[in-house]
Ligand binder design. Structure first.
Ligand SMILES: Cc1cc2nc3c(=O)[nH]c(=O)nc-3n(C[C@H](O)[C@H](O)[C@H](O)COP(=O)(O)O)c2cc1C
Length: 358
């Protein structure tokens, strides 16, 4: 029996298996509107057997985009453009999830698909980035410190985006609190130097994330909410694994039903140690200490490896990014590799079905 191909509950939703698609920016939107690229890209993973397909980081406000080419869900036209995408993912048997994001001090940067690097100037369509404190990410423009009204707007924007996401047909919402974007910037003492109730102690630095969670839960009370954390900044004096386990438990108390454990992205001088499954030990620690279901991610590239992550008790689900880009039918292949019987091999592709020789 394969654990990877056993269904799992995410709050009131149920994923058909535990091999999920991680959020991946496509830098292919205009005015935040998803288009046929996003439709075909995301739907293919559902065809390929994913249990859950998550959209790229989707901005809750225009200034919350990483690049001018990011998707958004800050208006109703974007909600309507997401609707057929969520419907197509669901029609092909996967849960449709959306990652709700605000890029904070890493906003208004050139997409990697363009020739530019660093901050996009105003004259080229850039905008003022916002952050907990006026502390720049190395090589980027200095952000503007959010005042109390600005913080209230961020919370309201996440709530409104959550409502639109439910109306667009998404089953699961993920609050992006990782990779050095706004909510992570509040969590980490390296980027949060505030002296008000949003800075200083761990409880104060976690306040914005928890208030965002409250707003998301209030706007979407029947929908499963996940949080993505960076488990460590990989830098002296930064956010670390102990902080992550504490705040993941607080997030669970506030209604998060799953957390997704990544790492890094806050500072350019991070000292990352990368290798196969390199973030799995972080997922295990959070799962054991915070008592919340966990998805592991990061260089998990085969069915056998993903199965082992689950069997070892490190996680409840596995997310992959790049392996799905290499093979949008990763889950079909993994099922064959593990000898798992699945009833969602697309009938249109039946003649290509691989049966394990044994
Ligand atoms: C093209 C690309 C875009 C990404 N965009 C996002 C994103 O929008 N949000 C996010 O949280 N992580 C993003 N990531 C990180 C992935 O979700 C994932 O955590 C990372 O790639 C490690 O998993 P992998 O080794 O299976 O690719 C991106 C990664 C790639 C390769």
């Amino acid at each position: 029996m394969s654990l990877l191909f056993t269904p799992v509950e995410i709050g009131s939703s149920r994923a058909r298996n535990r091999l999920w698609v991680a959020p991946m920016c496509q830098y292919s939107a205009t005015d935040g509107m998803p288009n046929t690229w996003h439709l075909t890209h995301l739907a293919a993973f559902a065809t390929g057997g994913a249990g859950l397909v998550m959209t790229e980081a989707t901005a809750v406000s225009p200034e919350g985009r990483i690049s001018p080419d990011d998707t958004g869900i800050w208006n109703d036209a974007q909600r309507d453009a997401w609707r057929p995408i969520a419907a197509e993912i669901r029609a092909r048997g996967a849960l449709a999830a959306i990652q709700l994001a605000h890029a904070g001090r890493k906003a208004s940067t050139w997409s990697p698909l363009t020739a530019g690097t660093g901050t996009v100037p105003d004259a080229a369509g850039g905008w003022q980035a916002l952050a907990p404190s006026p502390v720049a990410y190395d090589g980027y423009a200095t952000p503007q410190q959010l005042d109390t009204d600005g913080i209230a707007k961020v919370i309201a924007d996440f709530g409104a985006a959550a409502r639109r996401s439910v109306d667009a047909g998404f089953d699961v919402l993920e609050v992006h609190a990782a990779h050095g974007y706004l909510l992570h910037e509040f969590l980490s003492p390296l980027s949060n130097q505030r002296t008000d109730e949003y800075g200083g102690s761990l409880a104060n630095r976690a306040r914005l994330l928890l208030e965002v969670l409250d707003a998301v839960r209030a706007a979407a009370p029947a929908t499963a909410v996940m949080v993505r954390f960076s488990a460590t900044d990989w830098a002296d004096g930064g956010w670390d694994l102990a902080d992550t386990t504490t705040v993941a438990a607080w997030a669970a108390e506030r209604g998060a039903v799953f957390v997704d454990i990544s790492s890094g992205g806050l500072v350019a001088h991070q000292r990352l140690v990368v290798g196969p499954g390199y973030q799995v030990p972080f997922a295990r620690e959070v799962r054991e200490k915070a008592g919340v279901p966990v998805a592991a991610v990061g260089l998990i590239t085969t069915g056998t490896q993903a199965e082992e992550v689950l069997r070892s008790g490190a996680a409840d689900a596995v997310m992959a990014g790049r392996e799905w880009l290499r093979d949008p039918h990763f889950a079909l292949r993994a099922a064959t590799e593990l000898g798992a019987e699945i009833d969602y091999w697309p009938p249109q592709y039946e003649r290509a079905r691989i049966r394990r020789a044994s």
